[in-house]
Design a binder for this molecule. Sequence first.
Ligand SMILES: C[S@@+](CC[C@H](N)C(=O)[O-])C[C@H]1O[C@@H](n2cnc3c(N)ncnc32)[C@H](O)[C@@H]1O
Length: 210
Amino acid sequence: VRDKVRIFLEHLYQEGVEHDAKPMQSRRKRWNLEPDAAALVNVVLQAMGARRVLEIGTSNGYSTIWLADAIQPSGGSVLSADIDGDIQVEAARNLDAAGVANCVELRQADGGVVLREATDASLDAILLDSKRSHYLDWWPQMVRALRPGGLLAVDNVLSHASEVANFRSAVESDARFISTVVAVGKGELLAVKQFSPESVVSLPGRTTPS
Ligand SMILES: C[S@@+](CC[C@H](N)C(=O)[O-])C[C@H]1O[C@@H](n2cnc3c(N)ncnc32)[C@H](O)[C@@H]1O
């Protein structure tokens, strides 16, 4: 990430750690992505030239800033959904302070609703960091909404392995996806939607080696 954004993110992450250490209801905590996991997703999105990214689980916008930083240079946009409108007020403030508000749309909505509204093959990437018990139900919509070559990134697959076991099996056994789990942060599942054989066109002038 760019230096100015990095400094802001370091400060925001530290503040989140201190906030979450206080006694409070779990749903009041920020539960920000670990910086190394966020950095991994940021780099992959940049390598892909991603422009249309959906995040489910905004919290106070920490991960959203990492996503926005990745797609801002290519003129892309992030749609970030969270059911909690209060936390999204904080997110809006943080996005503004980080200088990425112009490429993010925040929507107070259930992740399943936003996925159902997404056009077929319209998304370059989805970051899933919300209520894990919904992931399996949301899977068909994620498959539909991701474009071929699109990326699904899922947080907490090692920290909450049993909660995502059925979902992880569905992804890993789906021939339309190639996936791996990376042991950074709380464990990131990265899954890439494969191009169907019909959609791969041979390039003119290329010859098959004999
Ligand atoms: C782990 S936190 C997200 C942290 C955020 N990605 C970050 O790194 O800063 C999970 C968030 O998911 C939201 N959430 C829970 N259920 C949801 C649902 N069904 N749809 C959308 N968001 C949901 C919660 O309100 C909470 O803010």
